[in-house]
Every structure is written in C-alpha cells, then in structure tokens.
Design a protein around this ligand. Structure first.
Ligand code: GLC
Length: 445
C-alpha cells in the first residue's frame, strides 16, 4: 500500500492559520474587471507527451514506464515552433489572453527552471525556453499571459503520499512533502519574476488527493502561503484553481472544466457558482494535449455558440488547442480560430467588455449587457418570436445588432416579446440590441 492515511494526517498542521478573511487588493479588483472584459482566452496544453500523440495523461497509462517516458525529453525538438505565429493566430481569433501549461502532471517543466533539470532547456536538444518566447511575444502583441501550473506530479519522489493517479509499480515515494511544497514555491517565484507580467496562475491537480482523508485541505497544499507569494510577487496576478470545488480564500477567479457555470454534463461542475469572475475551459476536439486520433472537432459555429453561451452566463471561455510535437498548431484548430476571429470582428462588442445579462439562459439563447444596452443572442435558428423575461426598465430602442434595422418589440409587464426579422441564412447567433432608459443589472447567481 503506497498511501497511508496516517502519513497524510501527520502532514496536516492545524487549519486555524488559513486566512479565511482574504480581501482582494485594489490591483486584484482591477485585474478581475479586466479579466471579465477580456471574455475569451486560448488554452495551450503542450509538453513532451505530444510526441506520443495520446494526450497529456499518457504517462498515467499502466503500459508506459516513467523511467522510459523521461527519455522522450532528449528527442523533443519542435523544429517548427514559432511563438509569433501562435500568438498571432490567437490574437486574430479575437482572444485576449493565452494560458499555457508550464508544467503538467507528468512533471516536465516547459520553462528553464533551476528547481529541476527535467525541463525544456536542460533536458532537450531544443534548449529554448518556450514560455519565455511566448511571454515576450504576448507582450509584443498585447495578449495577456496566464500560466497553468500543476500541483500534481507523477514522477517526483517528494510528491508523497501519492493520490489517486500516477500509480506505477516501484514508484519512488521516498521524498518529503515539505520539499515538494518548497519546490513549487521556487518554480512559482521563477515564473513570476523572470517572465514579465503574468495575468493569472491557473492551478490544477489538487483533486488528485480527494480520496485521502484531509487530502483537499488547503493547509496541506500550503495555499495560504503560496497564494500570498503570488500576490506579493505580482500584485495584479489572479489566482485560480481547477480543483472542482467552490473557491478557497485567496483565489480571484472560479474555474469550471468542460461545463458552463450552472451546467454539469462532464460531471466536474457540481460546485456552487461564486460571485468571483468565472471561466469555463473547454476543448476544441475531445482532448487537451495533442491526440493524433482525435478528429472530433466542434464546428466553428458550435464554438461560437459556446463562447456566446459562456458570456451569457457571465463567464469567460478558455478554449483549448493542443499543439503538435513539431510545434505547429493543428490545421483544424487554426481554421476554427480564424473562423471565430472573423465572427468576432463584427460581434466582439456583444461578448467582450460585457457582463452576463439580467436574465438567465433561455431556451432560445442568452443575454449579455453593457450599461443601458442589452444584447439578445438568439442561438436557436428556428425561433421567430422570443420572450425575454425582463421588466421594470423603459425600452427606448430595439434594433438588429448588424445593420441596425428596427426589430419589433413589445414591452409587457412580464417582459419583452421580440419578433425576429425573417432569417435569410442560418447563423450561429442572431443578435438584437435593446437600449433601455436605465442601467441594466446582472442576473442573480
Ligand atoms: C484536468 C486534467 C488535465 C487538464 C485540465 C484542463 O484537470 O487533469 O489534464 O489539464 O483538466 O482543464
């Protein structure tokens, strides 16, 4: 038995010192608003696992030996990697930020860390710090950089006791958890001092210990100290964690995996929706890391509707792309980014710089709002008449967002009845712009 409950219990210090009274600083409050305004980001899962073309969890496969996996590093040479091309594709999609895996569960660091030689600069013939190149390019092109950081490690002896993943016969678990915590602090310090401004640290992997008694205790993971370290090193850097729970004190955004807030189809999003800025991460096909056989890409229309759906639920969309081992983005992903960008050229003002509308999602679609303007996003192409259950604010104008043609809209005490202009061809989203006398409030969460 690799895990003993007493081992983990002995790691726990009293919970009392965890600061439940976290108050975001003015810098964080401003960064949260900017994050909300940005609305749309691109996620990148890239590591040496891409060489095996089976996703970023391939090391967890019982048929793959860890000692052998490590040798992938000395063959990793992404000859076609070009940070400028990636960032341009992301920018042209209309996204405002990029979140990239700096170290995933396999434990391989994609940046030139001094805390472990198992990293892209020291362990591969490529020797280039791709996180640095991307950080510089993001700065150049005005894209905000967010950094994914795994708290789970499938290889280090000091990731001890291990959780429910990364089991392998003869796995070395002789190390000390405290050393692992110090290792994470050292890496985060590097990431926050040597790579320019970082918009967010995006944690993942704490859920690995969910079956161990006390395994999810924030004290065990040193969250208090680590979050304080991040905020100290970069006062505007947001902290978010994909732990699938309601946020802990010190977290500045709430993350949902593969589901819009309030939905739970993937089974990871039963937690309450908090008042923090929200973000849903979603795959373009069915994988995060490059998977050679996964061609099940969502269509550009579906992705646009997904983006609109998150905006209508007051959440950002972080849409994933898994680059190939040669450093290129798959053409299917590039096509979709371009198509989304084309749509965004017209519609960005209805999904970016806005907040979720005053009414929750409806059968026909969603609403977003900005000041006294409401955007009614009709996602159901068959809807002719839609009812928006919003009242108590005098309607001044109702127009199609594109072309500004007048739309028939009747205000009743219960809400608004909109008669949509006959649609010529099918569109992912028909947007009607409603102008009211007073500022429009958000929906209750
Ligand atoms: C999960 C997976 C991980 C992926 C992440 C993205 O937690 O473990 O591979 O990086 O989701 O949301």
């Amino acid at each position: 038995m690799l895990i003993s409950t007493t081992a983990i219990a002995s790691l726990l210090t009293p919970i009392s010192s965890f600061s439940a009274d976290y108050k975001p600083s003015p810098e964080i409050i401003q960064a949260q608003e900017e994050f909300r305004d940005n609305g749309f980001g691109i996620f990148i899962h890239w590591g040496i696992y891409s060489m095996l073309g089976s996703g970023e969890w391939v090391l967890n496969d019982p048929n793959i030996y860890h000692d052998e996996y490590k040798n992938l590093a000395s063959g990793f040479y992404p000859s076609r990697f070009n940070a400028a091309e990636w960032v341009s594709a992301i920018k042209n999609a209309g996204a405002k930020y990029l979140c990239i895996t700096t170290r995933h569960h396999d434990g391989f660091s994609m940046f030139g860390t001094k805390a472990s030689s198992y990293n892209i600069v020291d362990a591969t013939p490529f020797k280039r710090d791709i996180i640095k190149e991307i950080a510089e390019e993001c700065n150049r092109q005005g894209i905000r950089l967010h950094l994914y950081y795994s708290q789970l490690d499938w290889g280090r002896p000091d990731y001890n006791p291990i959780g429910r993943t990364g089991h392998e016969p003869n796995r070395d678990t002789s190390g000390n958890w405290q050393d692992y915590l110090n290792f994470m602090d050292a890496q985060l310090t590097e990431l926050l001092t040597e790579y320019g401004p970082v918009g967010a640290i995006w944690y993942d992997g704490m859920w690995d210990r969910d079956e161990l008694p006390g395994g999810l205790d924030p004290e065990l993971w040193n969250l208090d100290r680590q979050y304080a370290l991040i905020h100290k090193l970069q006062p505007s850097c947001l902290v978010g964690s994909n732990h699938h729970m309601t946020p802990f004190p010190g977290e500045d955004i709430q993350i949902f995996e593969r589901d819009k807030p309030g939905e739970n189809e993937a089974g990871l999003s039963g937690q309450d929706v908090s008042p923090l800025p929200l973000e849903t991460c979603q795959t373009m096909n069915n994988s995060w890391g490059y998977r050679i056989r996964d061609n099940e890409y969502k269509s550009a229309e579906e992705l646009i509707q997904y983006l609109v759906g998150t905006a209508g639920r007051d959440a950002n969309l972080l849409l994933n792309v898994g680059p190939r081992p040669d450093g290129t983005l798959p053409p299917q992903a590039l096509e979709r980014l371009a198509a989304m960008g084309e749509w965004m050229q017209t519609y960005a003002p209805t999904v970016q710089g806005v907040r979720g509308g005053p009414v929750g999602p409806q059968q026909w679609g969603v609403t977003t709002r900005k000041g006294k303007t409401m955007y009614v996003h009709v996602l159901d192409n068959n809807a002719d008449v839609v009812f928006v259950p919003y009242s108590g604010n005098k309607l001044l104008a109702a127009n199609e967002f594109v072309g500004k043609r007048k739309v028939k809209c009747t205000q009743t005490p219960e809400g608004l009845v909109l008669t949509l202009p006959e649609s010529r061809d099918s569109q992912p989203d028909r947007v009607v712009e409603l102008t009211f006398k007073n500022e429009i409030p958000g929906a209750e969460k």
